[in-house]
Design a protein around this ligand. Structure first.
Ligand code: NAD
Length: 375
């Protein structure tokens, strides 16, 4: 059975869905792996390394897909896929795309929809990528900040430690806290989920936030933050406003699943910050947590605050992001692999399979896209 790895086509996508390491392991399962030429180039994996791992380097997407039964991707591919193909990636599909997969006879699996359960942790693409995004956000903040993170005591005088504030303490935020602490910053963080408060403190950061009856139940059964009332957000903003004025670096990571990111840093808060301060908004792909973020860009405000609102933060650390993402996909396939038949076996009743499978046998099967979900 042949598995194709295509070169990503979405602008700015630097990652690749298989590395030479995972290609070798896929081959060990009994697969033939065809990698489109140049697929790993932007993440530092040259064609020769795939060839050395035993993969076939195909000159273009059509050649890689020829005879393939499985496609691994980061984003949904533009290339038309033959019927019967198992497509695995982070497809971010809307209803039209899902209908298209069904019509085309594609078995589409979108791993960002996997349940956040222990058994799925090693295939959790959201966590692996958010972790690196949180790290990268702090590194880019440090690179942009015109002082330093640690307190520097020198014969010529002392430079104070940077005050860094992390908004949203999920996977990305916790890694941002840890990274900012390692760099020597004075770190504080906020979140609305009660469980996050202890996690923030356990990493040595101080908690800054507003808590009330509403926030006691701010977490969904799946562990995500709920959308809260306008009154709650106003009170949270009051507490945060005074704190932000004293910060050198603000890292925004707050998301509410399925919605636009909440605005937590207003224009007035940005205006209260010192010149040279840096806001890194890794929620930018969901609209951003800062009102002054321009998604995809770095801007400097009239009062000299730099706001980094780049897209695709994991793609800014592509070798590591690809290595982890590729292992997530490898683990998914090996978990649902029939060793005898040397073929994927995806039991529809399995929690993970049901969570990720959009279409099967020409029909839409995912609960989010069935007619009842739209009603
Ligand atoms: P996320 O990316 O959806 O959101 C990031 C953070 O923003 C969350 O901590 C959220 O509470 C926070 N947030 C939302 N609104 C906010 C506001 N107004 N102010 C401040 N913060 C706000 O979250 P995530 O990183 O994907 O993590 C979601 C949950 O899933 C967490 O509870 C995490 O521990 C859990 N998780 C579980 C597993 C597992 O068991 N396999 C794996 C990964 C994550």
């Amino acid at each position: 059975m042949r598995l194709a790895v295509l070169k990503e086509t979405k602008a700015g996508e630097t990652r690749v869905a298989a590395t030479p390491e995972t290609a070798k392991k896929l081959i060990a399962l009994g697969l033939t792996v065809a990698v489109e030429a140049g697929a790993g180039f932007a993440s530092g994996f040259p064609d020769a390394e795939y060839a050395a791992a035993g993969a076939e380097v195909a000159p273009d997407a059509a050649a890689a897909l020829d005879g393939a039964r499985i496609v691994f991707c980061v984003r949904a591919p533009d290339a038309p896929l033959p019927s019967g193909m198992l497509l695995v990636g982070t497809l971010a599909a809307d209803a039209d795309a899902v209908a298209g997969y069904a019509q085309g006879g594609i078995e589409a699996c979108s791993l960002e929809l996997a349940p956040r359960i222990t058994r799925a942790q090693s295939m959790d693409v959201l966590s692996s990528q958010a972790n690196l995004a949180g790290y990268r956000a702090v590194i880019e903040a440090a690179g942009t900040f015109d002082r330093g993170f640690p307190m520097l005591m020198t014969a010529a005088g002392t430079i104070p430690a940077a005050n860094a504030f992390v908004m949203g303490a999920g996977v990305a935020g916790l890694q941002a806290i840890a990274t900012a602490r390692r760099l020597g910053g004075r770190v504080s963080a906020t979140d609305v989920r009660p469980a996050a408060k202890e996690e923030i403190k356990s990493l040595g950061a101080s908690f800054v936030g507003y808590e009330d009856e509403e926030s006691k139940s701010a977490q969904t059964a799946g562990g995500y933050a709920k959308q809260l009332s306008a009154d709650f957000y106003a009170k949270q903003a009051e507490v945060v406003a005074a704190h932000i004025a004293k910060q050198d670096v603000v890292v925004c990571t707050a998301l509410v699943q399925g919605r636009k990111a909440p605005i937590l840093v207003t224009e007035a808060m940005v205006a209260s910050m010192k010149p040279g301060s840096v806001i890194v908004d890794i929620a930018s792909d969901a609209g951003g947590n800062c009102a002054a973020t321009i998604p995809g860009q770095m801007v400097t405000t009239p009062n000299g605050v730099k706001i980094l609102g780049f897209h695709n933060w994991p793609g800014r650390i592509p070798a590591a992001a690809s290595a982890l993402y590729a292992r997530n996909l490898l683990t998914f396939l090996t978990t649902f692999w029939d060793k005898e038949a040397k073929a994927p076996k995806l039991p529809p009743e399995d929690d993970i399979v049901a969570g990720v499978t959009l279409t099967r046998g020409g029909a839409v099967v995912h609960k989010n896209f069935l007619p009842a979900a739209a009603a």
